[in-house]
Ligand binder design. Structure first.
Ligand SMILES: [Zn+2]
Length: 453
């Protein structure tokens, strides 16, 4: 071929490819995705993503993340411009209801029963949370009940730290050292490796003098022994005393990867007398100790949190410690908002609410929007205004920023969408919405058939 014919051939082939290329999508893109979240600001720290992009979901999995995914390729398109799209949040300190605190405790017949601690697991969905980890509400003797009553039924993914106390938290045996059997604990963890991610110890001997049956470190040592046998991390709820110091816990007792929850509770020496951050915290961090918020009704004080954050000490993971006693804490997004108001950037908080907790519980497949992973997604909105935040000492901190959940998607299903982000304006709804079904048992007249429960 002459040079000219080469050029002409090249131009023709490009033109032909373009025509063909343009005609392919119309056929092949019939419907590739079930759901397309269009134009949101995607923050996916696990993949280093922090920019405007689309997220496509198919078959309950993340199918594509990128710019300019065509709307024709999706069965359902949700405009999320102006909002943040992140992996579903992970709350590693939660207390689900079981064993006397059934899922339906809002019902009158349930209220007459004792409901000491746990709350309905699916409440977590209201804050963009798609995975919760029960923090030792159940022990070896009560875990099966927790599994059958909550874990197997919840829409939110429920994992668990197993209490070193075989009876767990609900039965009044938390001070009984004989209840803390490392072998039984480890056996139970091995029986449920998909569900139990670690060991929990809490509330042990915080008031009375030591005696023959209650050594200072009994609960900590036995929880650690179970953690070693089962090769899982231990989460510590701890009360320091002269014979049982915080420094010894985080610098000697805890192994790398173990988690100290409730880090900003009143009882920890977070600050020195001069207001400087206690160097034992950074020393512990250097040896791999993890610090978790575990806000709860009694474990978060601004007097510890604000100066620590100002000096650069931010807990590795956000978490609520949501239980019956702390409805003032409300939610994961409320906990995150407090740190946002203290000046921690949103991207950083998403990291500490997704990829970090996933790593802490050794479930790296969670907390990410990687293609192929289960489509657990949170759509969040950043609000600016005047907001009051409270701590457990009944003190307030004022802030001008807040993050709230607008949608929660779990395995591709839209389980929470209270403002109708994914719904059509009612007057524009298709005919089926205006058609009254004949029977009460018929499927209700709905504007779309996308799975929402
Ligand atoms: Zn707790």
């Amino acid at each position: 071929m002459s040079n000219w014919s080469k050029v002409i051939f090249f131009v023709l082939s490009v033109a032909f490819t373009m025509v063909l290329g343009a005609s392919i999508p119309a056929q092949a893109q019939a419907v590739q995705y079930d759901l397309l979240l269009k134009g949101g600001h995607v923050i996916d720290p696990a993949n280093g993503l922090d920019k405007v992009a689309d997220v496509a979901i198919a078959g309950g999995k993340i199918a594509a993340v990128g710019e300019g995914i065509p709307v024709e390729a999706a069965g359902k398109v949700v405009d999320v411009s102006g909002l943040y799209v992140t992996p579903g949040l992970i709350d590693i300190h939660f207390h689900v209801g079981h064993g006397g605190a059934p899922l339906n405790w809002f019902a009158p017949e349930a209220r007459s029963q004792t409901a000491p601690l746990g709350i309905p697991a699916d409440i977590a969905l209201m804050a963009g949370v798609t995975t919760i980890v029960d923090a030792g509400t159940a022990g070896a003797d009560t875990f099966l009940q927790e599994k059958e009553e909550v874990i197997d039924r919840a829409k939110v993914r429920v994992l668990a730290f197993l209490n070193i106390v075989a009876d767990g938290m609900n039965g009044g045996l938390e001070q009984t050292v004989d209840q803390m059997d490392p072998q039984l604990c480890a056996q139970t963890i091995r029986k449920f490796p998909d569900l139990i991610v670690g060991v929990k110890t809490a509330h042990y001997w915080t008031e009375k003098p030591w005696d023959a049956l209650h050594a200072p470190w009994a609960a900590v040592d036995r929880a650690e022994e179970c953690g070693r046998i089962a090769n899982v991390p231990v989460m510590f709820d701890f009360w320091p005393r002269p014979d049982r110091t915080y420094a010894e816990l985080i610098l000697k007792k805890m192994r790398p990867g173990d988690i100290h929850t409730h880090v900003f509770a009143q009882q920890f020496p977070i600050l020195l007398a001069d207001g400087k951050l206690n160097p034992i915290l950074t020393d512990a961090r250097r040896r791999g100790v993890i610090f978790d918020v575990g806000h709860g009704a009694g474990s978060f004080w601004f007097r510890n949190a604000v100066p620590a954050v100002k000096q650069g000490f931010i807990p590795d993971s956000m978490s609520t410690d949501l239980h019956m006693g702390d409805f003032t804490v409300l939610s994961m997004t409320e906990v995150m908002s407090k740190f946002l108001a203290m000046g921690v950037p949103l991207e950083d908080l998403i990291r500490r609410s997704t990829v970090n907790p996933a790593r802490e519980i050794r479930r790296p497949e969670l907390g990410t929007l990687s293609v192929g992973r289960e489509a657990d997604v949170a759509v969040l909105e950043l609000l600016h205004g005047r907001f009051g935040y409270i701590d457990d000492g009944y003190a307030r901190m004022d802030g001008n920023v807040k993050v709230v959940a607008r949608m929660t998607i779990r395995a591709g299903r839209i389980l929470y969408d209270p403002t109708g982000q994914s719904m059509v304006e009612w007057e524009k709804a298709p005919k089926q919405y205006f058609t009254t079904p004949e029977l009460g048992s018929s499927p209700p007249a709905r504007a779309d058939n996308y799975p929402r429960n």
